[in-house]
Design a protein around this ligand. Structure first.
Ligand SMILES: [Zn+2]
Length: 226
């Protein structure tokens, strides 16, 4: 197991987003269409699966599994190169994060990260991801970081910070949530990476901006990667 730095993970995510924009022929819009991203960049299909009804080797209860990745050479119900996600996840943000996490396993751990002299952490086996206890595994942490980096790209987040910081840290967080379609906790963790600790200060008037103002912000923070 090799350590991969946050800088390298952000760079890999930015490269993959660039590739997505190139393949689609237009700049990326946010919130990111993560299913289309995984298909376009990696050729990964998506299957929604009732995990509770599945039998996985070595796992007592299928409902522990949130998502999984079956790379080429491994078949899940007749499909290869497929992301599976639990059909019972009813929080849209959580489902998007899970799909992005599995795309992260493909980019980082199946394709491998070439960090100069070595390809890190390469695996060819299927990966099954649980809700919580597997989070301690560095592979799981790396896939989580990658997910946050493609859903909330570094350049875009830094731009939101420079614009919103004067309105307070919760204003930054809430702008991130709305612009990138992520949960408050995901936004908070991403902001910490760039030195912003979200305090529990009351919302400023700026946060409750009208739809027109929000649409203007969204245009401003729409990023191209080509
Ligand atoms: Zn995982």
């Amino acid at each position: 197991m090799k350590y991969i730095s946050c800088d390298v993970l952000d760079a890999v995510a930015a490269e993959d987003l660039n590739r997505y924009a190139e393949l689609k022929g237009f700049r990326n819009n946010y919130p990111l269409d993560v299913k289309d991203f995984a298909y376009t960049v990696f050729g990964l299909d998506l299957l929604e699966v009732n995990m509770a009804s599945m039998n996985f080797d070595g796992i007592e209860n299928g409902s522990e599994i949130l998502g999984g990745l079956y790379p080429e050479g491994h078949s899940f119900m007749g499909h290869e190169k497929v992301i599976i996600v639990d059909s019972h996840i009813n929080n849209a943000g959580r489902k998007r994060f899970t799909i992005a996490h599995e795309a992260g396993h493909y980019s980082l751990h199946v394709m491998g990260v070439d960090a100069g002299s070595a390809v890190y952490n390469r695996t060819t086996r299927p990966l099954l991801c649980r809700a919580d206890n597997s989070r301690k595994d560095p592979l799981e942490w790396q896939a989580d970081y990658y997910a946050s980096a493609i859903l909330m790209p570094e350049t875009a987040v830094k731009s939101v910070i420079s614009r919103e910081r004067k309105f307070g840290t919760t204003a930054c967080r809430d702008a991130i949530c709305r612009l990138f379609g992520v949960s408050k906790i995901a936004a908070k963790i991403r902001l910490q990476r760039f030195g912003i600790t979200v305090s529990d200060e009351p919302f400023k008037s700026r946060v409750n901006c009208g739809e027109r103002q929000f649409a203007a912000m969204q245009r401003q923070y729409s990023y191209g990667y080509s």
